[in-house]
Ligand binder design. Structure first.
Ligand code: 7PJ
Length: 274
């Protein structure tokens, strides 16, 4: 299993880590710490040293009830960071976490190699931007919008509904000319899902492998781990590493995490002992 993305080919035959680089002042878990380009770059270099295979840069928080960020502000946050990292010739692909086509295009022009879209390229123009590039893409499932998604999420069968959605979005991408090996899928933990929905999905993650695409999983520091442990967001390291290990044992290919060093080390053990 691999992902083609821009000038990179990610080898996903063993589970890899996508390191989260938030450049949002309101990001829920490291709010405000990395808002300036210089400290964002320093943090990015640390994540690479810690073993991240991809860096995921986001300029708009998608946590529940987050305020939407105007386009210009999102561009001002993320583009200088991408440019600075590309200028340093970093050895890993940069992923841009956005649903806005204009941000996707600017990020790709600046050197980003993956589009990570919580709206799965449903925004007008998004599909065309990715199709016209060589970028890889992550298609994520969400029910509702970040503003409303945790109000009262409802499913008949969360696994089947997530799976059908991901299959349909992937087929739309294929029809638009995006090659199969440029596409990853993600069930979208915490995005319009209750604790029970998240747990049901986590338990049946392996079923999503039938779709034949690499699977990305983002459970790092999420509220379901707070519900299970009783810990607030600053104390979810062990729970997050456990979630990454369980996901990787079920076949997840890429783990989107804040705590790269700990997760990379844990995944080495998974790879060695599986
Ligand atoms: C995810 C994401 C996720 C993908 C966020 C947070 C909220 N992208 N962006 N998957 N989560 N692909 O990190 O808690 O789960 S933002």
């Amino acid at each position: 299993m691999h992902l083609r993305c821009g000038a990179f080919t990610l080898d996903l035959s063993t589970p890899q880590v996508m390191g989260i680089l938030n450049v949002t002042p309101d990001s829920f878990s490291d709010g405000g710490q990395y808002t300036h380009t210089g400290s964002a770059v320093a943090h990015a270099l640390q994540l690479i040293e810690d073993g991240a295979a991809v860096l995921d840069i986001g300029g708009e928080s998608t946590r529940p009830n987050a305020t939407p960020v105007p386009l210009e502000q999102e561009l001002q946050r993320v583009i200088p960071v991408i440019e600075a990292l590309v200028a340093r010739n970093i050895p890993v692909p940069i992923s841009i976490d956005t649903y806005k086509p204009a941000v996707m295009r600017a990020a790709i022009d600046a050197g980003a190699s993956i589009v990570n879209d919580v709206r799965a390229l449903q925004e007008d123009g998004a599909l065309e931007v990715v199709a016209a590039s060589q970028a890889g893409v992550c298609l994520m499932h969400m029910q509702g919008t970040p503003q409303t998604m945790q109000d009262d999420p409802q499913y008949e069968n969360v696994l089947l509904e997530v799976k059908d959605f991901l299959r349909a979005r992937r087929d739309t991408c294929l029809a638009a000319g995006i090659a199969a090996d440029r596409i990853m899928l993600d069930p979208g933990f915490g995005f319009g899902k209750t604790r029970a929905h998240n747990i049901a999905l986590a338990r049946s993650l392996a079923e999503l492998l039938d779709l034949g695409s690499p699977l990305l999983v983002g459970l790092s520091r999420k509220s379901v781990l707070g519900q299970v442990t009783g810990n607030d967001v600053a104390a979810r390291l062990y729970a997050s590493v456990a979630a990454a290990v369980v996901s990787a044992m079920q076949g997840a290919h890429l783990l989107r995490v804040h705590d790269v060093k700990a997760t990379v080390e844990a995944l080495k053990v998974v790879t060695a002992l599986k």
